[in-house]
Write a protein that binds this ligand. Structure first.
Ligand SMILES: [Zn+2]
Length: 200
């Protein structure tokens, strides 16, 4: 692959640390202008990133929030930002098995991974570290946006620690307390097309 995958963060890019305040109404940026810039239409606050890509892709647990949002919202390929592939069974998704239990029922699975085109799916299966230990290729007829993944902050007065990787649905009372890093779609009418692993 000559090009880095679109949604993967690059060296030089990083989360911007912003001053947050947490009230009974939820989490917000102390700077109201910045807060407004980083809110999505559902009311969730998003983590802002800064920096220019200056090196190699960084295959950490996270995708680049802004690019993940663009790809997932518009169903663009996670690898190249072109339209994701569709056939009579639906749209193409390649997901790591790692994120899910071995006996996962893929119907109804919720994911932050955007769909892919055929070419990027083939590349990703060979090269993406997250798929190395197991992947599934799915065709999906419905993929409703259901919420976000991100850091869920405890309510004021609670001694709990923030949950750094919470799934928060749009209809949840937790939505005002999350700082989102990824849009989540729920995959339905799913056909399992293939499964495999790059390394044994
Ligand atoms: Zn692609």
């Amino acid at each position: 692959m000559t090009q880095a995958p679109y949604v993967v963060p690059m060296e030089g890019e990083r989360a911007l640390s912003t001053d947050l305040k947490i009230t009974r109404d939820g989490v917000s940026c102390t700077d109201p202008v910045w807060d407004a810039l980083n809110r999505d239409p559902e009311g969730a606050l998003w983590e802002a990133w800064t920096g220019l890509p200056s090196g190699k892709p960084v295959y950490a647990a996270e995708l680049h929030p802004e690019r993940q949002l663009i790809a997932m919202e518009s169903l663009l390929c996670a690898g190249c930002k072109q339209e994701a592939d569709r056939n009579e069974l639906g749209m193409l998704w390649v997901l790591p098995v790692l994120d899910h239990a071995e006996d996962t029922v893929w119907e109804g699975v919720r994911t932050v991974t955007p769909p892919m085109c055929e070419a990027c799916a083939s590349e990703a299966k060979l090269r993406c570290p997250r798929l190395r230990e197991g992947w599934v290729e799915l065709r999906v007829r419905e993929a409703e946006l259901v919420g976000v993944r991100g850091t869920l902050h405890p309510r004021p007065g609670s001694n709990a620690d923030p949950d750094p990787d919470a799934l928060v649905l749009y209809d949840s009372a937790d939505l005002p307390f999350v700082v989102a890093r990824g849009l989540v779609r729920e995959l339905a009418n799913v056909t399992l097309v293939a499964a495999g692993a790059t390394v044994s």
